[in-house]
Write a protein that binds this ligand. Structure first.
Ligand SMILES: [Zn+2]
Length: 159
């Protein structure tokens, strides 16, 4: 596996990528590195991280983001073939403290799952009643407008 220059010596993931901190690596290319989570939710729990220090999704280059997902999918398939207990997979990315991010070098979790593994998502009170079409359309319009703004596109470019 190639060695990559670290770009934030105070960041544990940068140090792992550069080979300056211990980790059980399973994959590395020019854009991303994958290694075992030090505190696995289930055996086989992996992290896919950009080689370049990037704290959050907003700073993530499109090509690198795409590569993270592709490698995450390949690792998911590998986990299913690995002999580890793996009846399902969760891909999970926490962006920001409110979402549970604790290491501020963006990372995609690849988590093997099986019935009774004890892990899960907790739903908020009142979940399940559904939202009205009107509310969904209002929210969709806000997101759509923000998306156009982010991408610097005018509405004329929309279909
Ligand atoms: Zn870093």
């Amino acid at each position: 596996m190639g060695r990559v220059m670290t770009n934030d010596p105070s960041c544990i993931f940068c140090r792992i990528i550069a080979g300056q901190a211990e980790a059980s690596k399973v994959y590395q290319d020019d854009l991303v590195t994958a290694f075992m989570d030090r505190r696995p939710l289930t055996p086989g729990h992996l992290l896919v991280v950009p080689n370049e220090h990037t704290a959050n999704l907003a700073g993530l280059d499109e090509t690198i983001a795409g590569r993270m997902f592709v490698v995450g999918c390949q690792l998911a398939q590998a986990l299913r073939r690995s002999g580890l207990r793996c009846e399902g997979i969760n891909l999970f990315l926490a962006d920001g403290p409110a979402a549970g991010q604790t290491v501020f070098h963006s990372h995609l979790h690849v988590i093997p799952r099986f019935i009774g593994d004890g892990f899960g998502l907790r739903f908020p009170p009142g979940y399940g009643s559904g939202a009205s079409r009107e509310d969904l359309d209002t929210v969709a319009a806000k997101v759509e407008a923000a998306l156009r703004g982010n991408r610097g596109e005018s509405s004329e470019q929309e279909e």
